[in-house]
Design a protein around this ligand. Structure first.
Ligand code: GAR
Length: 196
């Protein structure tokens, strides 16, 4: 079975969607890591009984967090690490050992509105401020350059005249839930094809 680890920082709607779509079907969600106490971690544990680990950014540097995730994912022989609303920056050896095996969901049409500091509502507020006609979301591979790894797929969302950051965020989140499942399915298929 295809083995997935998920990294979270917030509400966890993308994480829940991944668990509900794949767990016990075409993949196994082995573990969930969070870089802060958050709803997502509680839900993974309480609703789904998935082993979780808090790697608190109050006590650990970004590199220490990444190294601990690395160690655990090697041990568990994880096939894919999914950043589902994970807000710390991943660096170090994990990027080499898990090349093309770490993906991120980002709430804009990258390369627009990406990079350090561009996350969550910051992205949507900036899109509204700049009066963009279109926004959306991107699933991409994670590399040392924040939000610049190869794009797997994108979904576009029209920005309406009366949109606020919040209304736009809601519509984009719906597309994120679709995009992340499609992207993981692509990678599961690739993984199966490579094994034949
Ligand atoms: C999502 O909109 C995701 O794209 C964003 O955080 C939100 C998490 O929501 N991620 C980033 O901005 C990463 N740069 P969720 O916890 O409900 O899945």
């Amino acid at each position: 079975m295809f083995k997935i680890a998920i990294l979270v920082s917030g509400t966890g709607s993308n994480m829940l969607n991944i668990i509900e779509s794949f767990q016990g079907k075409s993949a196994e969600i082995l573990t969930v890591f969070a870089d802060r106490p958050c709803k997502a971690l509680e839900k993974a544990q309480d609703i789904y009984n998935i082993p979780t680990k808090l790697l608190n950014k109050k006590d650990l540097s970004n590199l220490e967090i990444a190294n601990k995730v690395h160690e655990e994912c090697v041990k568990l022989k994880v096939d894919l690490i999914v950043l589902a609303g994970f807000l710390s920056i991943i660096g170090g050896k994990i990027l080499e050992d898990f090349e093309n095996k770490i993906i991120n969901i980002h709430p804009s049409l990258l390369p627009k509105y990406g990079g350090p500091g561009m996350y969550g509502m910051n992205v949507h507020n900036q899109v509204i401020k700049n009066q963009e006609n279109t926004s959306g979301c991107t699933v991409h591979f994670v590399t040392k350059d924040v939000d610049q790894g190869k794009i797997i797929l994108q979904k576009q969302v029209k920005v309406e005249k009366n949109d606020t950051g919040e209304t736009l965020q809601k519509r984009i989140l719906i597309q994120e839930h679709i995009a992340i499942i499609e992207a993981i399915n692509i990678l599961i298929k690739q993984h199966e094809d490579e094994r034949v």
